[in-house]
Design a protein. Structure first.
Length: 400
């Protein structure tokens, strides 16, 4: 029995040794392409979702968002609340923001944007706006007549939302901020560009400027943004804030994701569909390769059966052959992917409206897809090998 099971290994070695080397290399390369197709799409969509999540956290919501209780528009006693939250375990940074309902006007152009007042010192520790100034500089605590605007607000010939922008605002321009309570001229101090279209549609002034124009807003805010030491501490920090009983509503960043959340869920669905298609392509590729190989060797298979080699041993031979192709293909695919493709897209990420997207490699997903390719290879090789070994021996020898 043991000598019988050596036959498939002997046949595989014989096929590989005596077969056309270029055909073997091409087969392995096709297997690697099928595998790369699977992991590339998955890594791309992982990159999209991670970039989208990071942009929401780093440009607007933080890891945790604190807002007023239902029925109230503002948080009162903000300075005390910010100080209390800052002392909680797991908290890295805290800042407050106040939404200022109003419009911005430059010359004859006027538009409604997200206008916020912030403490520049605290805000630069929680969000990345201050680190992404394309022109000019970020706000200083004493700026009462300065404003910074996002790229989508400033506008310009190559700006995506130029139709609703200020049509080319520049650093030093005078803009008029108007609300129901006041109207004031501000000087554009800087223009920022986070590459997140929604975040770049905002405008920022200092708390000092707002308090001067609307004294009743002193020590009040629309929300408090909390950054945690580590992402996994989000739930712990939420529990700590609730335990502190500050009279606030606490929510994770996902509740503030809005459009980004729907975009992420859409990409997850698309990823699942494309992954399924990728597996089907891999299955078809392997099936065709093995089918052509078997059809090419029909006479040889007929002779092997005629001299007494059992059909299941011949089927096993081609299943093992498919395993060899798939394993070598996966190995080559991994070498190409991590040696060429990933480094290239790290240097040249995809530029999409939510930010720069890189390929995110997930070890668990890679292992699952690698083993899935091998499994698909086994199934795809089993089908044609069963079909050919059920044919009549004389028909196989005659090539009919």
């Amino acid at each position: 029995m043991s000598s019988e099971f050596r036959i498939p290994f002997f046949l595989i070695w014989r096929f590989l040794k005596r077969g056309n080397k270029w055909t073997l290399l091409l087969t392995i390369f096709l297997m690697s392409v099928a595998f790369i197709n699977l992991v590339f799409v998955n890594s791309l969509f992982h990159g999209v979702t991670e970039t989208s999540d990071k942009q929401v956290i780093q440009t607007s919501a933080g890891d945790v968002t604190v807002s007023a209780l239902p029925g109230r528009d503002f948080l009162d006693g903000v300075s005390a609340k910010v100080a209390a939250i800052s002392k909680l375990p797991g908290v890295k940074a805290v800042s407050d923001q106040t939404l200022v309902p109003g419009s911005l006007k430059l010359g004859a152009v006027q538009g409604n944007y997200g206008i916020y007042s912030v403490d520049p010192v605290l805000d630069s520790k929680t969000l990345i706006i201050s680190k992404h100034m394309s022109y000019g500089s970020y706000l200083s605590p004493g700026d009462t007549d300065k404003i910074i605007i996002g790229r989508q607000v400033a506008g310009g010939p190559k700006v995506e939302l130029n139709s609703t922008s200020l049509k080319g605002a520049q650093v030093g321009d005078k803009v008029v901020l108007s609300t129901n309570a006041f109207s004031k001229v501000f000087t554009v101090k800087g223009i920022y560009f986070t590459k997140n279209m929604m975040s770049d549609y905002n405008v920022y002034i200092t708390n000092s400027a707002l308090n001067k124009l609307a004294p009743q807003m002193a020590d009040r805010a629309t929300k408090i943004i909390v950054r945690t030491d580590k992402p996994e501490l989000e739930n712990q920090v939420i529990k700590e804030i609730k335990k502190a009983d500050l009279g606030v509503t606490v929510s994770p960043w996902q509740d503030s994701a809005g459009v980004a959340k729907s975009v992420t869920s859409s990409f997850i669905t698309i990823n699942a569909l494309l992954t399924t298609v990728g597996f089907l392509i891999a299955a078809v590729v392997i099936f065709i390769i093995i089918y052509v190989e078997i059809n090419h060797r029909r006479q040889e298979i007929g002779i092997l059966r005629a001299i007494g080699i059992k059909s299941y041993l011949i089927r096993t031979t081609y299943v093992f052959q498919a395993i060899v192709y798939s394993v070598l293909g996966v190995g080559l695919g991994l070498a190409i992917y991590f040696g060429i493709i990933v480094p290239y897209f790290n240097w040249h990420p995809f530029a999409i409206p939510i930010g720069d997207v890189k390929l995110i490699a997930n070890a668990a997903d890679f292992n699952a897809r690698a083993w899935s390719v091998v499994l698909v290879a086994i199934i795809s090789a089993t089908i044609p090998s069963i079909l050919v070994t059920r044919a009549k021996i004389l028909d196989e020898i005659a090539g009919r």
